[in-house]
Write a protein that binds this ligand. Sequence first.
Ligand code: PCA
Length: 327
Amino acid sequence: MARLRFLAPALVAAGIATLSAAPALAQTKWNLPSAYPADNFHTENIAQFAKDVETLSGGKLLITLHPNAVLFKAPEIKRAVATGQAQAGEVIMSIHENEDPIFGVDVVPFLATSYESSKKLWAASHPFVEKKMESQGLMVLYAVPWPPQGIFSKTPVTKVEDLKGAKWRAYNVGTSRIGDLLGAQSVTVQQAELAQALATGVVTALITSAATGYDVKIWESIPYFYDVQAWLPKNMVFVNKAAFEALDKPTQEAVLKAAAAAEERGWKSSIEKSKWYVDQLQAKGMKVEPPSAELRAGFEKIGKQLTADWIKKAGPDGEAILATFNK
Ligand code: PCA
């Protein structure tokens, strides 16, 4: 009896919800898991994308964004979308380099270190990434780069040898391998767990953007930042292909139009905010410096090794991308 009494209001509420939500037109709802905080520039851009889709589709497609890896952890998002547990998602492309070298094209050290060259590299590699995603039942909507990657460290770094023995945080295969080549102890930690890993001393050095440094309040445990500008990794927003194809034509067009706008807006805000993020680190009292010539040369040497490895792994596709990129 007590249980019935407990259930009754819930049932009534559910009934009301069903009635009031009865759509005037067929409405589709998508979930979009992402792995970064709600106020990160990538995430804000996705939120705007979702709004645009709602407006452009006349309310026919509603996308709910789930930031901060609450729905799925970063490494799980792509599979969740491929298997239809979510309809769309966002992930850092290079997290999947272990599946296919093509996903690591934008983290080849010193290959594309400016926004301009990153754009060129994306244009050259987009068709190959798209082909791979399609083979997994996915479709790329757009991609946006993080600001250039630099070194954060608990202790001063004037040469690569200073990072020997560091507890080196990695976010993909490439950064983990860099840790190995540095003689550091690599530990893979995604951003959602990074603040804690820093606070507990599990991590003492890492390579990432000033944006992520800012997002995790890195100045609370790390005092040094060296603006190496080694590469600009991209996040991509993608969708389950079958879910996309189930939409009517005008709604599909609304998604594509909103995606094209999101790509443009995202690159613009990454560029505009990249300096702002570095300034914030400085304002919080961090020592922000360009790398010394020796540090830069050391990283370039490691970069050469990783570039050679990537070219070997990526085979003819990699060669084709580099040929277009170098034109
Ligand atoms: N931030 C993400 C990936 C690259 C970046 O700049 C991170 O550190 O997890």
